[in-house]
Design a protein. Structure first.
Length: 295
């Protein structure tokens, strides 16, 4: 009798251990447990930690509440300005309602992926090539709105959508490279022309200043000579300044006659035949004037 009771107790203990092992569940901190009892939703999702279910009757589905990074495969499409491109993107989303993610959609990851691909192709068809290359922030916002609208009913919240890369045909790349090169050349020519215009204005002002002051031109000439002579690798031919000749000519004209040397004085001899008078230098010996001796 005692042995039968002991055997029964051991059998009950084993059955209880088996039942406990089958009913025990552990929900992690980043998960929520949705319990379906005989196919019907049972209350609110189970909180993280240890929980129990009825084996064979309850079914516990764990839903990850972390942010999921979902890459969107490259989609090929034609832009609004008839350019064929391939665009790939990435979606960041998370589940905010575990019950809706289990009840309202069969596989929320697959649903978000398909919706993202469809929305990306739609964005490509509505945008120009320049928008895809330079205005990605606006396209990201529009793509996020298109994905998030149906995902709300699935218990999914889209945090961010980013366009990763835009692949262009080789012919289009070469055309864009030529366009960029032509634009840079145009800007270089404009800058060069503006510099020439400013330099011409300064040169005109300098020429006007030198015209008012002729000696400034001589100073500029001397500065140029100094700059050229500093190299010491060429022969410098210095022309005689015309302004200096004019200065000496004016100085000679202003000199009084009595200050001239006797040898430089001239004498006119009238001719009887009416021809122009002969001008000969007046020498002291000819007039009986003895020049002073030097002791």
């Amino acid at each position: 009798m005692i042995e039968a009771l002991v055997s029964a107790a051991v059998a009950v203990g084993c059955a209880g251990a088996v039942y406990f092992a089958a009913a025990a569940r552990v929900v992690k901190q980043y998960e929520r447990g949705v319990v379906l009892r005989l196919g019907q939703l049972l209350g609110q999702p189970r909180a993280p930690g240890f929980t129990m279910v009825i084996p064979g009757v309850d079914r516990l589905r764990k839903v990850n509440m972390q942010i999921v990074t979902l890459p969107i495969p490259a989609q090929e499409g034609i832009t609004r300005d008839n350019v064929t491109v391939r665009v790939d993107a990435v979606v960041y989303f998370r589940v905010h309602d575990a019950v809706s993610a289990v009840i309202n959609v069969e596989d929320y990851r697959f649903a978000v992926s398909q919706m993202a691909q469809t929305s990306l192709r739609s964005i490509i068809g509505k945008s120009d090539l320049d928008d895809l290359l330079s205005n990605r922030e606006k396209l990201n916002q529009g793509l996020e709105l298109m994905i998030d609208s149906p995902a709300v009913g699935w218990g999914v919240q889209v945090d961010r959508v980013e366009i990763k890369d835009v692949s262009l045909p080789e012919s289009m790349k070469r055309s864009m490279a030529r366009q960029a090169e032509a634009d840079r050349e145009r800007r270089a020519r404009i800058i060069n022309a503006d510099a020439e215009f400013q330099a011409s204005k300064k040169l005109a002002e300098a020429a006007q200043q030198m015209a008012d002051t002729p000696s400034a031109l001589q100073l500029r000439l001397l500065q140029t000579v100094v700059a050229v002579a500093a190299e010491k690798n060429s022969t410098l031919v210095l022309p005689f300044p015309v302004e200096l000749l004019r200065f000496l000519e004016r100085a000679h004209q202003e000199q009084p006659p009595e200050t001239q040397h006797p040898e430089t004085q001239l004498r006119e001899t009238r001719r009887p035949d009416g021809r122009p008078p002969e001008v000969t230098p007046l020498r002291p010996e000819a007039d009986g004037v003895t020049p002073p001796r030097k002791e």
